[in-house]
Write a protein that binds this ligand. Structure first.
Ligand code: ZN
Length: 255
C-alpha cells in the first residue's frame, strides 16, 4: 500500500512538471492553499464576519454568486467562498476555483459603495471564471499554486501592516499592489465583472469610479500601483464603451 501511495505522489508531481494539469486539479490545489491562508488569518484573529463592512462584502458576494455560477464555462463547478480579512491593506483576490478574500481596508479606505464593492468582487470572480491564472502563468501551474501558497502565507503575516507585503508579487494581489495579469486579462475581467454586477442588480455606471478612487490612493501613498498596464485612462475608456450594454442588463435585472 505504501508503495502504491508513493507512486501516486510521483505521478502527481510528474503531471505538475509536464504541465498537464486539469482545471479541477488546479482548483483543488488552490482550495488547499486557501484553507491554509484562511487558517493563518484566523489564527491572527483577523477574520471579520461581524463588522458593517464585512456584512456588506458578504451580502454583495452572495448577491452576485448565482450569476457567477451561471457564468462558469470551465466545465468544473466552483466551490465559491469569500473570506473578509480585517486589514488596512487595500487588497482583494480570487484563487482558481473561486476562493476569494477581500480586505476591509479596500472598502473602508476607498469608501466604496455597494455597487463599487460589486465592481471589485465581479472583477475578481471574472479572473477565476476565465481561468486567467492558468493561461497567464507557466504551464506548471500546480507547482505555481504551491509557490503562491508561500507568498500568500508571507503576505498574510503582514496583514495588519499597511502595504506590508508590497514587494511580494503574486497573482492573488490583484487589485491592490501590482498587476500580474496581462492587459488583455484585466480588460476581460473588467468586462465580465461589469456584466456580473449588472445582472446582480448593481448599477454598472459606478464601476469606473472604483478605479478613480484607486488612482487617488495610489497618488496619496506615493506608490505607483497603476504604473503597469492597463492605465487608468485605458480602463475608464474601456468601461465606458461597455456601459451601454451593461446598463441594458442592469435595467432588465431591475425589472
Ligand atoms: Zn484584475
Amino acid at each position: 500500500m505504501k508503495l502504491r501511495q508513493y507512486f501516486g505522489v510521483v505521478a502527481l508531481s510528474t503531471v505538475a512538471l509536464t504541465g498537464c494539469t486539469s482545471t479541477s486539479q488546479i482548483n483543488n490545489e488552490a482550495a488547499n492553499s486557501y484553507v491554509q491562508v484562511v487558517e493563518k488569518v484566523r489564527s491572527e484573529g483577523k477574520i471579520d464576519t461581524t463588522s458593517r463592512t464585512a456584512k456588506r462584502i458578504y451580502r454583495v458576494f452572495n448577491k452576485i454568486l448565482p450569476y457567477a455560477k451561471r457564468a462558469n464555462h470551465t466545465g468544473v463547478p466552483f466551490q465559491w467562498q469569500m473570506t473578509v480579512a480585517k486589514s488596512k491593506e487595500l487588497n482583494a483576490w480570487a484563487m482558481p476555483g473561486g476562493k476569494m478574500m477581500v480586505y476591509t481596508g479596500l472598502v473602508d479606505k476607498l469608501g466604496l459603495s455597494d455597487a463599487e464593492i460589486a465592481t471589485v468582487i465581479g472583477h475578481e470572480m471574472a479572473h477565476a471564471l476565465k481561468e486567467h491564472s492558468k493561461s497567464s502563468r507557466s504551464l506548471s501551474i500546480a507547482t505555481g499554486v504551491v509557490a503562491e501558497l508561500g507568498k500568500v502565507a508571507l503576505s498574510t503575516q503582514g496583514i495588519s501592516t499597511n502595504f506590508g507585503g508590497i514587494d511580494m508579487v503574486d497573482f492573488t494581489r490583484d487589485l491592490a499592489l501590482d498587476k500580474p495579469f496581462s492587459r488583455h486579462h484585466e480588460a476581460e475581467a473588467d468586462e465580465v465583472g461589469l456584466m456580473l454586477m449588472a445582472q446582480a442588480g448593481y448599477n454598472p455606471s459606478f464601476a469606473p469610479n472604483v478605479w478613480t478612487k484607486m488612482t487617488k490612493v495610489d497618488g496619496d501613498v506615493g506608490i505607483s500601483i497603476f504604473s503597469t498596464h492597463p492605465s487608468n485612462a485605458d480602463r475608464q475608456a474601456h468601461l465606458q464603451r461597455l456601459l451601454p450594454n451593461a446598463m441594458k442588463i442592469y435595467k432588465n435585472a431591475k425589472k
